[in-house]
Design a protein around this ligand. Structure first.
Ligand code: KDG
Length: 339
């Protein structure tokens, strides 16, 4: 073989090797997925995102990597939701309550005292009604993968224990940016102040607001006990989180990649609910040990609160649609008849 031909063959071999090397390098370069959330890394929300990330990395053989970004570093829920819709961020987990401005049916989960316990919540959220509401997100550029548990919400404040409805009068109470929460706490006599979660601790610390309402887990993980003296147990609403994906980005994934994310969302959902409930079970004693003064609303006052708050139900039913409202009530009646 003459020199020219030998050189050509050698050059082709080097090019092929380089290309395959680049191909391999390209092959193993993981798909990076930004997953934003609002609580801190040590919270129940942060622990579940970590489990989700481990699941995705394991199932994809390292080809998909989750970059978990907590403490609202990518902005509050509403900002992350817009980033997902625009395709500037791939994933997030946040409150269904902050999604109502995008998908009105999410207001169903704001209904005070909708669920009596976590068992009912799991059955409805993971059943056909939960799917129907979650599927509505797709019209708005989001894909919902799973509901996680934020939990039953309770009142804290720095002024006084809430032993009766009248004790709410005049309390400047931070609420989520959501009309049902705003209307509900105005009905109860509080001065409701909507704020993003990311601003809540400093608002409490500077007494911009006197109180807030969140599940025990969040009161603990966000250290609200440092700036709130009183915890009054009301369990006035069960609050879900929802894991969402940018539909723009989701539609560009292979079916196999979509399945990896969907499966990981369900595995981490089961972990999150168990972890959250275990933490909540011992949270009251933890919060007491941190110095909080804890009281439970007497049954008669809880009944008065429930009567007052059901005044928002009619507006929720109108907003989410009577069919969905009626189906939900029927499903709950069926579940309660079953036990
Ligand atoms: O980003 C934080 C939210 O996901 C969630 O915690 C909302 O419960 C919430 C609140 O009070 O803002």
């Amino acid at each position: 073989m003459n020199t020219l031909r030998r050189t050509f063959v050698a050059a082709m071999a080097i090019t092929t090797l380089a290309a395959s090397g680049a191909l391999m390098a390209q092959d193993i370069k993981p798909r990076l997925i930004r997953f934003g959330y609002g609580l801190n890394e040590q919270s129940n929300q942060g622990r579940a995102v970590k489990v989700f990330a481990e699941q995705v990395e394991k199932a994809s053989g390292g080809k998909m990597k989750i970059r978990a970004i907590g403490a609202a570093a990518l902005g509050p829920d509403t900002q992350m939701q817009q980033a997902l819709i625009g395709g500037a961020q791939e994933m997030m987990v946040g409150s269904t309550a902050t999604l109502v401005g995008i998908t009105k049916e999410m207001a169903l989960w704001d209904t005070p005292f909708l669920f009596n316990n976590a068992k009912e919540a799991d059955a409805v959220l993971d059943g056909p009604i939960g799917s129907k509401v979650m599927d509505k997100l797709q019209d708005k550029g989001l894909v919902g993968l799973a509901y996680w548990e934020n939990g039953f919400r309770n009142l804290t404040n720095s002024k006084r224990p809430v032993n009766k409805l009248e004790d709410m009068n005049g309390i400047k109470l931070r609420v989520m940016q959501n009309n049902v929460y705003l209307d509900s706490f105005k009905l109860l006599g509080a001065n409701a102040v909507p704020l993003p979660f990311s601003e809540l601790f400093s608002a409490l610390e500077t007494a911009t607001v006197d109180g807030q309402e969140n599940p025990y887990n969040t009161i603990l993980s966000s250290k609200f006990y440092e700036v709130q003296k009183y915890l009054s147990i009301t369990n006035h609403v069960y609050s879900p989180w929802v894991v969402t994906v940018s539909k723009k980005w989701w539609d560009g994934l292979s079916k196999a990649e979509q399945k990896i994310l969907a499966d990981a969302a369900l595995v981490s959902r089961d972990f999150e609910r168990k972890d959250t409930r275990e933490e909540a079970a011992k949270a009251l004693s933890d919060l007491k040990a941190k110095g909080m003064q804890i009281n439970e609303l007497p049954a008669s006052e809880a009944a008065r609160m429930r009567d007052k708050l059901t005044h928002v139900n009619a507006s929720i039913a109108t907003s989410v649609g009577m069919d969905l409202w009626r189906d939900t009530q029927a499903e709950l009646a069926r579940l309660r008849a079953k036990k």
